[in-house]
Design a protein around this ligand. Structure first.
Ligand code: ATP
Length: 231
C-alpha cells in the first residue's frame, strides 16, 4: 500500500534520512522502531508531506506522492496521529473530532458512529474540553479525530507515550481491531517492545537514519534488539 524507496531528507546541512526504504503492506500493521533520534518521526512527517524530501519516492496506492503538498495528500485517506497527540485543549471533544470533517471525500458533516463505538468515553465526554481529559483519553481523542475521514491507512507516532499501563493495553486492542476488523493498514512508531510485538505484524528497524532490518515481527530477534533497541 505504501512503499518508500531510497528516501533522503535533510534538516539544513544535516543529512537525517539516508536512502531509506520502507514497505507497508495492505491490511497489516507495520512498526517503525529504533532508538531516540534515529529519524522515525522525520520519516512519518515526510510521508505526510509536512517535511520536504531531497530525493527518493513515496508510493501510496501506486502513485508517487513525494512531491505533493500536505494539502494535496489530504484526500488520499491517510489518517495521522502525531507525537504528543496535539489535540486542541480549549475546544470540546466534539469540536476536536469535527475539525477533521472538511477533509472527508463525501463531505459528510457527521462524525461516523463507529468512532464512538470504539471509544465510548468520547461519547460520554462530548462537551468536555480536550485539555480536561486524561492522557489516555486525549490519545483516544487523537485517534478518533484521525479516523473521522474514514482513512484507508492510519499512521500513529508513539501512541503509548506517557500513558498509564492499563490504557496502553486498551489502545493496543483498539489498534488491532482497526487493523483486523475494519481492515485498516497501520504504520506505527513504537518504542515499547512488548507492545510492538503484540500489536504489529511486521517491523522496520532504523539506525542513524538508515533501515538496518525489516521483516515479520517474529524475526525481530534478541541480537537485533540488543544491537539497535536497548539503551
Ligand atoms: N526540526 C529539526 N531541525 C533539525 N534537526 C532536527 C529537527 N527535528 C529533528 N531533528 C533531528 O533529526 C534526527 C531525527 O529526529 P526524529 O525526531 O525524526 O527521531 P525519532 O527517531 O523520531 O526520535 P524520538 O524517538 O526521540 O522521537 C535527530 O537527530 C533530531 O535531533
Amino acid at each position: 500500500m505504501l512503499s518508500v524507496k531510497k528516501l533522503n531528507q535533510f534538516y539544513g546541512q544535516s543529512h537525517t534520512l539516508w536512502d531509506l526504504d520502507l514497505e507497508v503492506p495492505t491490511g497489516e500493521c507495520t512498526c517503525l522502531m529504533g532508538r531516540n533520534g534515529v529519524g522515525k518521526t522525520t520519516l512519518l512527517e515526510c510521508i505526510m508531506g509536512l517535511l520536504p524530501v531531497k530525493d527518493g519516492s513515496i508510493e501510496y496506492q501506486n502513485q508517487n506522492i513525494a512531491t505533493l503538498s500536505a494539502e494535496r495528500r489530504a484526500p488520499l485517506g491517510i489518517g495521522y496521529v502525531p507525537q504528543g497527540r496535539q489535540i486542541f485543549p480549549l475546544l470540546t471533544v466534539e469540536e476536536n473530532l469535527r475539525i477533521g470533517l472538511p477533509a472527508r471525500s463525501d463531505r459528510s458533516n457527521k462524525v461516523p458512529d463507529y468512532i464512538y463505538d470504539l471509544f465510548p468515553v468520547l461519547k460520554d465526554m462530548l462537551q468536555r474540553r480536550g485539555g480536561d481529559l486524561s492522557g489516555g483519553q486525549q490519545q483516544q481523542l487523537a485517534i478518533g479525530r484521525a479516523l473521522v475521514i474514514d482513512p484507508k491507512m492510519l499512521i500513529l507516532d508513539e501512541p503509548t507515550e506517557g500513558i498509564q499501563p492499563n490504557v496502553v493495553a486498551e489502545i493496543g486492542d483498539i489498534i488491532r481491531r482497526l487493523d483486523q476488523e475494519i481492515g485498516l493498514t497501520v504504520l506505527l512508531v513504537e518504542q515499547k517492545l512488548p507492545f510492538a510485538r503484540k500489536v504489529a505484524d511486521r517491523f522496520c528497524l532504523l539506525d542513524r537514519g538508515r533501515q538496518v532490518a525489516t521483516g515479520a515481527m517474529p524475526e525481530l530477534n534478541e541480537e537485533l534488539v540488543k544491537q539497535y533497541l536497548t539503551v
